[in-house]
Design a protein around this ligand. Structure first.
Ligand code: G6P
Ligand code: MN
Length: 437
């Protein structure tokens, strides 16, 4: 069974590869547009046990006969991400990879590329399942659905991380609880955690010590989390603590992307110079990357807790999904980015949402979710409308739709700023200068 990884030179690829040992995948094709990055990641995975690996820069060659395709690309690399962040910050709003103005810019840049890739998948590997990790994952999955329909599904590690932390705080063993997690990608809430018919979440919310043990609650503020009555996804930090986040990011010497660009350049250069040391270098770099994640939400000297770093999740969701779909592993309930149908009331039926789904050899069925209170539903509706305008702008080249997307995002508080953002992003990114008319 062949797995193709698009963005195969990406830094987190060895995490996925390592999880494949003992899985039904017998063959991996790594595809990337950057041969140097591909060679470096090949040097890392060559030192890990797992299926046979091949690298290629030819997309159709990579896709031929694939049973699964992982799409994990970053259009314009970290250079593009830095511009997304810096332009937003220069206009006084949040500069972040997936959330707010930066996420819209990233979406505008990525949607056309993702759709072209989807067209190649449909042509060359029409029976493949595409598992999309490419951010902004909800938006990109929704765009790729135009070509691939139900054969593309989006995944993220943040819901599973949150659920694992909540279960650990309550001493609930893995796989026992039913998690009532609802939302869009990077915009969701854990509203309940049922074990044997009892919702254990209220117990967790009432317990100061347990709540303080949850990374998301520390980031966002335990008091507010308790008032809200649900555990928010970590990315809701950027909504619920927007001013503090913007201030912290603006006050730091470098943005997340600038930090990573420097770190990643060192990593890829050192592996090119010393392939024998690739695995050790990768491990050390990964530890640094994980430990510094979301530093803007912590105090100056405050480190991430070791257990939060260890929780991971990214590769396991992908592996369980492949195993359940292929029938090689048990059917499961997984939190995935899929067309909601009627499962999340109040959103368009064809909108991609991030909710629990039953997965098995039959495919993926979203599970119905209970109604959301207005404060949560309103935010989802607003951000989904922005995502859909962004997709449409990216596919039609409409600058007016792009302005509407920025202006209606809850983290962009001025239509004038939205107009300036479109102008500035067009100047910053050659692809957007060409695209948006
Ligand atoms: C989490 C999110 C991903 C995101 C990543 C960013 O894992 O779920 O969607 O890409 O964080 O991490 P980074 O190290 O690139 O800042
Ligand atoms: Mn994610």
């Amino acid at each position: 069974m062949k797995l193709t990884i698009l963005g195969g030179g990406g830094f987190r690829v060895p995490l996925v590869y390592r999880a494949l040992a003992g899985s039904p995948i017998t063959e991996v094709a790594l595809h990337d547009v950057a041969p140097g990055r591909l060679a470096a990641i090949r040097a890392v995975v060559a030192r890990l046990p797992g299926p046979a690996v091949r690298t290629t820069t030819d997309l159709d060659d990579a896709l031929a006969d694939a049973r699964f395709v992982f799409a994990a690309i970053r259009v314009d690399g970290l250079v593009g991400r830095t511009l997304d962040e810096r332009v937003a910050l220069a206009h006084g709003v949040l500069g972040q990879e997936t959330t707010g103005a930066g996420g819209i810019a990233y979406g505008l840049r990525t949607v056309p590329v993702a759709v072209r890739i989807a067209e190649r998948i449909a042509a060359v590997a029409p029976r493949a399942w595409t598992i999309n990790f490419t951010n902004p994952a909800g938006m990109i999955t929704e765009a790729m659905r135009r070509v691939l329909g139900d054969r593309v599904v989006g995944i993220c590690d943040s819901p599973v991380g949150l659920i694992r932390r909540a279960c650990a705080a309550l001493d609930i063993p893995e796989g026992v609880a039913h998690a009532d997690y609802v939302g869009l990608n990077h915009l969701g809430w854990l509203r309940g955690l049922r074990v044997d018919g009892t919702d254990r979440l209220p117990e967790l919310l009432a317990d100061d010590a347990a709540l303080a043990g949850i990374e998301e609650a520390r980031l966002i503020g335990p008091d507010w989390v308790r008032d809200l009555g649900a555990l928010p996804n970590e990315y809701l930090y950027y909504y619920y603590r927007n001013r503090e986040a913007v201030r912290a990011i603006r006050g730091a010497a470098s943005t997340r992307s600038e930090y990573l660009a420097e770190q990643q350049e060192r990593f890829y250069a050192s592996v090119a110079a010393d392939p024998a040391g690739a695995l050790a270098r990768w491990e050390a770099t990964r530890a640094e990357r994980d430990a510094s994640y979301m530093a803007e939400g912590r105090g100056e000297a405050e480190e991430r807790a070791a257990e939060d770093i260890a929780i991971g999740g990214y590769q396991e969701v992908a592996l369980r999904l492949m195993e359940a779909l292929s029938g090689a592993g048990p059917a499961r309930v997984l939190i995935l980015n899929v067309r909601g149908g009627g499962a999340l009331g109040g959103l368009p039926a064809d909108a991609v949402v991030e909710i629990p789904c039953a997965v098995g050899p039959h495919g993926i069925t979203p599970l119905a979710t209970g109604p959301l209170p207005g404060g949560m539903l309103g935010l989802l509706q607003q951000v989904k409308a922005v995502e859909r305008d962004t997709i449409e702008a990216a596919l039609t080249g409409s600058a007016a739709l792009a302005r509407r997307a920025f202006a209606q995002h809850p983290l962009v508080d001025s239509a004038a700023v939205a107009r300036d953002l479109v102008d500035a992003y067009r100047k910053a990114h050659p692809s957007l200068l060409e695209l948006l008319r």
